[in-house]
Design a protein around this ligand. Structure first.
Ligand code: ARG
Ligand code: ZN
Length: 892
C-alpha cells in the first residue's frame, strides 16, 4: 500500500507515558507495556484505537485494568471501543523471538547479546504502539535478564536502579525524562565493557560518556571517544547546543543494517563506525568514525529534541544533521585547504550517489510525496541533497544568519515534531532582509521537485566598455511523476580570474562600488543576465565555487580556460573541478569516438605534473586532482552507457599517467612517507593518500613493463607496514594492477587478520571491486566473487559481510557487473531473492544496483530488464524489494 504525504492526519490518541518491562530471552522475550493514553481533542472524535504491531504474539490486553474487546487488522491491533474518559491506561503483554529476527529491525540478537533498531518502524516489532514520530511519550523501562550472560543492561536516559533477582537474573530500571517518539527507543542486554570519560561542558554540567564494545575491543575505542568529546565541544561552540543527559552511551554491534542510530542517550553503532586502531583501520575508517559519531551526537538536538512530524519530513533531521556533521568535519580538518578537501570529498559522494539517484528509477524529492516502505527512503537524496538544501540556506543568509535561524528554530520548536516548512520558515524569519526570506516559497521547490537541475552559463567580455556579461539559465529534466519543473533559487558563488591569475573586483552595473572578489549571485528566473563593470582584462568565470548548489554546470569553458582555472583559481574547489573536467572531457571523447587508443595530450599530462610537483599545494589536494573521475561519474554523463568501454578508457588513461609521470610518482612516493607516529589527521592522512596513489601508479607501470622492483616493494609493505592505511594501500596497488604478487599478498593479509571481522570485510570488498582485466580475462571478478561466497568466512546474515562482497560487486564494480552475457545480472537477481528472505532492508539496497538499467546500451539494457522481471515474478517479495523493482520496471 502506498502512503501519501497529503494524507497526513494528526493521531486520534496521544501516548503520554510508557512503562515497559522486558524479560529478555533469545527464544521468547516477554514484553509488558503500560500506556497512558489520551484522546486528541483536535482530531475527529469517536475513532477506534489502532495500534501498530508486527510479528508479535499477543498474550493479553487490559484497559483501565479490565478486559477489553479487540480485533486484528493487518499490522494492527484495533480497539473499537476504548474506555470513554479522555485518558485511560492500556496494559499489553506480548511475546517476541529475538533470535529469529534476521531482519535486524526491532529486538534482535547479535554475538550472544540483545540489541534494538527501531527507526523507522521497528518498535512495532517489539510491542503494540502508535508507532509514528509525532506521538511522543516519556519512557520508563525495566530490563530483566540472566546476569551471567547479559551483565550489561542499558536503555535510554538515566539509570534509576539496579537489583539482583532469583535464578541468577538481574534487573535494571531506566528513565528517560524527555518525551520521545518510539523510533528513538533502544535497549541493549549483553556482555560488554566500556571506555568511560567524564566531562564538564561549557554549560558547567558534568556528564559521563561511555563507549561499549565486546571484551577485547576496548583498545579500539579511543578514537570514537575522542570524536565524541570533540562533537560535544563543537556543538556547544558552533551552535550553543549542550548535552542534556547525565550520561551519553555509544554501543557497538557487529550485526547492524546501517551505519548508526541516534537513540536518545543510547546510540547504537555498527562496529565499523566505532572500532579503530592504527593497525586495523585506515585513515578513511578513522575519518568515517569521527563523522558518524558526530552525526549521531548532533541528532540529539536536530532529530531528538526536535523531531519529524511524519516520515516524509525525514530530511528535516537527516539533511540538517548531515550538514552539521559535514561542517564539524571541515572544522576538525582545520586549514582552509583541508576544509576544501573535505568539501571535495562530500561533493564526490553527492555526485557518485545522489546525482544518479536523481536521474534514475528511484528519483524522488528531498521531501518525498509517497512511499511504500519508508526504509527505502533513507537515501542520498534525503540525506546528502537534503544537506545541500540546508547549505544553500546557510549561503543565502550567511554564517551568522544561519546561527540566528537555528536559534529561532529551537526557540519555536524544541520538544515538538515538525515539518521541513517549519525549519525553512525559522531560518528565513530570523533573516528578514535575506535572499532566502525574499524567495522562500520558491526556494522550497528544492524540497518538492526531484531531479538535478542544470545551470547553463555564458560569459561575454566587451573590451571597449570593459564589461563582462554573465548570462545564467536553468533547466531541469522531467522525473517520475513530475513532467514540468519550475525555476529554482540557485545561489551561484563565483569570481572572475584573469590570465595572470588575478581575482577581479566584482561590481555589477547597478552598484556604486565593488563588493570584493568573490560573491554569490542568486538566480531565481529561468534566465538572468549579470553585468560586471570595470573589468579591464579578459577573464574566465569561476562559477559555482564549492558547488554552491547541487546542479550540473554547463559553462562551455574550453581547455585553455580550464587550464587557467586549474593553475590560478583562488578557490581550491574549482581548481580541483577544472582538473576533473579536463580529464572528463578526454575520457568522454575517447568513449564516444571509440578511439582504439585514448591518448592523453601533453598539455594535460604537463598540467597534472605541475599540480603533483607544486611547491605549496597540500598532498591531500594533489591526490584528489591526480585521481581520474570514477567510471560511474563518467557513465552519468553518457546518454547510453557502455560500462565496458568506460572501463577500458579509464584503465588506459591510468596506465598513461602511470607511465608518463613515472619519475614524478617516484618523487611523490619518496617525499610523502610519514615517519612520525600515527595520527589520523588531515595532514598525515593526506601524505599517506598521495603516497598510496603514487604506489598504485608505480605498481601499475611495473606490471606493464615487467619490472619486479615496485611489485616487490608493495608486497613487502603488505607484509610489514606499521599501520593499515599503508598495508591496505599496498594490497590495493597489487590487486588493482593484477600483479602476480597480488594472490600471495591477499593470502598473507587474510592470515594476519583472520580474527578481525572489519578487516576481513575489507578483504572481501577489495576483491569484489577489483578492476576487471581488459582484453582477455573478462569475467574474472565474477568468478572470484562466486568463489568467495563459498569461503568459510562468508555469510549472508551479517550485513557488513554481505555488503562487502555483494554490494561491492553490484554497486562498486560497473565493468565487472554489467556483462553482455548477463551473468552479473543473474547473480544479482539470485542474491536479491536470497537476501530478501533473510533481511529485506539489505536486499533492497542490493536491488537498487539496477536503478539506472534504462540508460544502459544494448544488449545490456534488455538483459537487465529480463533479470528485473525475474525478481518481479516472485510472488512473496518483501514490500521493500517490491517497491524498488516496481519502480525500476516503470522507468522503462
Ligand atoms: N537515523 C539514522 C542515522 O541517520 C539512520 C537510520 C536508518 N534507518 C533505516 N531504517 N534505514 O544516523
Ligand atoms: Zn542521521
Amino acid at each position: 500500500t502506498v502512503i501519501r504525504r497529503e494524507d497526513y492526519q494528526a493521531p486520534a490518541f496521544w501516548i503520554r507515558t510508557v512503562d515497559l518491562t522486558f524479560d529478555l530471552d533469545p527464544a521468547k522475550t516477554i514484553v509488558t507495556s503500560k500506556l497512558r493514553i489520551e484522546r486528541n481533542p483536535n482530531a475527529p472524535q469517536g475513532q477506534a484505537l489502532k495500534l501498530d504491531g508486527e510479528e508479535l504474539t499477543l498474550l493479553r490486553v487490559l484497559a483501565d485494568g479490565d478486559s477489553v474487546s479487540f480485533r486484528h487488522e493487518p499490522g494492527q491491533l484495533v480497539i473499537d471501543n476504548p474506555p470513554a474518559p479522555d485518558s485511560f491506561t492500556l496494559e499489553i503483554r506480548n511475546a517476541i523471538a529475538p533470535e529469529k529476527n534476521s531482519a535486524l529491525s526491532g529486538l534482535y540478537t547479535s554475538g550472544g547479546g540483545f540489541f534494538t533498531q527501531c527507526e523507522a518502524e521497528g518498535f512495532r516489532r517489539i510491542t503494540y504502539f502508535l508507532d509514528r514520530p509525532d506521538v511522543m511519550a516519556v519512557f520508563t523501562v525495566t530490563l530483566r535478564a540472566d546476569k551471567h550472560k547479559y551483565p550489561v543492561l542499558l536503555c535510554n536516559g538515566n539509570l534509576v536502579e539496579q537489583t539482583e533477582l532469583d535464578h541468577g537474573r538481574h534487573c535494571a530500571k531506566w528513565h528517560d525524562p524527555f518525551p520521545k517518539p518510539s523510533y528513538l527507543f533502544a535497549l541493549v542486554g549483553a556482555d560488554l565493557v566500556a571506555r568511560e570519560q567524564r566531562i564538564r561542558t561549557r554549560a558547567g554540567k558534568d556528564h559521563l560518556l561511555q563507549v561499549y564494545v565486546r571484551r577485547g575491543d576496548l583498545d579500539k575505542t579511543e578514537h570514537a571517544m575522542n570524536s565524541l568529546m570533540a562533537s560535544v565541544a563543537w556543538d556547544e561552540a558552533r551552535f550553543g547546543l549542550s548535552l542534556d543527559l547525565e550520561r551519553f552511551m555509544i554501543v557497538a554491534v557487529g550485526d547492524f543494517n546501517m551505519g548508526a542510530m541516534e537513540n536518545k542517550g543510547l546510540n547504537i553503532f555498527n562496529t565499523k563506525y566505532v572500532l579503530a586502531s592504527p593497525a586495523t583501520a585506515t585513515d578513511q575508517d578513522f575519518f568515517g568514525i569521527e563523522s558518524v559519531v558526530g552525526h549521531e551526537y548532533f541528532h540529539n538536538w536536530t532529530g531528538n529534541r526536535i523531531t519529524c512530524r511524519d516520515w516524509f519530513q525525514l530530511s528535516l533531521k537527516e539533511g540538517l544533521t548531515v550538514y552539521r556533521d559535514q561542517e564539524f568535519s571541515a572544522d576538525m580538518a582545520g586549514t582552509p585547504s583541508a576544509r576544501a578537501v573535505r568539501r571535495i570529498d562530500d561533493v564526490r559522494g553527492l555526485r557518485a550517489a545522489q546525482f544518479p539517484e536523481d536521474a534514475g528509477a528511484m528519483a524522488h524529492p528531498v521531501r518525498p510525496d509517497s512511499y511504500v516502505e519508508i526504509n527505502n527512503f533513507y537515501t542520498a537524496t534525503v540525506y546528502e541533497k537534503g544537506a545541500e538544501v540546508v547549505r544553500m540556506m546557510a549561503t543565502l543568509v550567511g554564517r551568522d544568519g544561519f546561527r540566528r535561524g537555528m536559534d529561532l528554530y529551537f526557540q519555536r520548536h524544541d520538544g515538538q515534531a515538525v515539518t521541513c516548512d517549519d525549519f525553512a520558515q525559522a531560518i528565513a524569519d530570523a533573516n528578514p532582509g535575506s535572499a532566502l526570506s525574499a524567495n522562500l516559497a520558491q526556494f522550497k521547490r528544492w524540497y518538492a521537485q526531484a531531479g538535478t537541475p542544470t545551470l547553463h552559463a555564458e560569459g561575454i567580455y566587451d573590451a571597449p566598455t570593459q564589461t563582462f556579461t554573465l548570462t545564467l539559465r536553468q533547466t531541469c529534466a522531467p522525473s517520475p511523476g513530475q513532467a514540468e519543473k519550475h525555476p529554482y533559487v540557485i545561489p551561484v558563488a563565483m569570481g572572475l580570474v584573469d590570465a595572470e591569475g588575478r581575482a577581479l573586483p566584482l561590481q555589477l552595473e547597478e552598484e556604486d562600488a565593488p563588493t570584493g572578489t568573490e560573491r554569490v549571485l542568486v538566480l531565481t528566473d529561468g534566465v538572468q543576465a549579470f553585468r560586471f563593470v570595470n573589468i579591464d582584462a579578459e577573464v574566465v568565470p569561476s562559477l559555482l565555487r564549492g558547488l554552491s548548489a547541487p546542479v550540473h554546470l554547463r559553462d562551455g569553458l574550453d581547455d585553455a580556460a580550464l587550464l587557467q582555472l586549474l593553475n590560478h583559481d583562488h578557490d581550491p574547489f574549482n581548481r580541483w573541478e577544472a582538473g576533473q573536467r579536463l580529464a572528463l572531457n578526454r575520457m568522454l571523447q575517447a568513449v564516444e569516438h571509440r578511439a582504439a587508443e585514448a591518448v592523453l595530450d601533453e598539455a594535460f599530462v604537463a598540467a597534472m605534473r605541475a599540480v603533483l610537483r607544486h611547491p605549496t599545494l597540500d598532498a591531500a589536494f594533489k591526490e584528489l586532482v591526480l585521481t581520474l573521475p570514477s567510471e560511474s561519474y563518467v557513465a552519468e554523463q553518457c546518454a547510453s552507457v557502455d560500462p565496458q568501454r568506460i572501463h577500458v578508457v579509464r584503465e588506459l588513461m591510468r596506465r598513461q599517467l602511470a607511465a608518463r609521470l613515472h619519475a614524478d610518482w617516484i618523487w611523490a612516493w619518496e617525499q610523502h612517507q610519514v615517519r612520525e607516529g600515527y595520527r589520523p589527521d588531515a595532514q598525515q592522512s593526506g601524505r599517506r593518500a598521495l603516497a598510496n596513489l603514487a604506489l598504485r601508479n608505480l605498481v601499475l607501470h611495473a606490471v606493464e613493463t615487467a619490472d619486479p622492483v615496485w611489485q616487490g616493494r608493495a608486497y613487502q609493505r603488505v607484509k610489514d607496514a606499521a599501520q593499515m592505511t599503508d598495508r591496505f594501500g599496498a594490497l590495493e596497488a597489487l590487486v588493482g594492477a593484477h600483479a602476480q604478487l597480488a594472490e600471495p599478498a591477499l593470502a598473507h593479509f587474510h592470515a594476519l587478520f583472520a580474527d578481525d571481522a572489519l578487516v576481513i570485510d575489507k578483504w572481501f570488498s577489495l576483491q569484489a571491486m577489483a578492476p576487471e582485466p581488459i582484453g582477455e580475462g573478462a569475467g574474472q571478478v565474477l568468478r572470484r566473487v562466486k568463489a568467495l561466497m563459498q569461503h568459510p568466512d562468508f555469510t549472508l546474515k551479517n550485513p557488513n559481510r554481505a555488503r562487502s562482497l555483494i554490494g561491492g560487486f553490484c554497486h562498486g564494480n560497473p565493468a565487472a557487473f554489467h556483462r553482455a552475457d548477463a551473468a552479473g545480472y543473474i547473480y544479482w537477481a539470485d542474491r536479491v531473492l536470497e537476501l530478501d528472505a533473510i533481511n529485506p532492508q539489505i536486499a533492497s539496497r542490493i536491488a537498487r544496483a539496477m536503478d539506472r538499467w534504462n540508460h544502459l546500451a544494448e544488449p545490456l539494457r534488455s538483459a537487465a530488464r529480463e533479470a528485473i522481471k525475474r525478481v518481479a515474478a516472485k510472488p512473496e517479495l518483501s514490500p521493500d524489494v517490491r517497491e524498488i523493482i516496481t519502480k525500476a520496471l516503470e522507468s522503462s
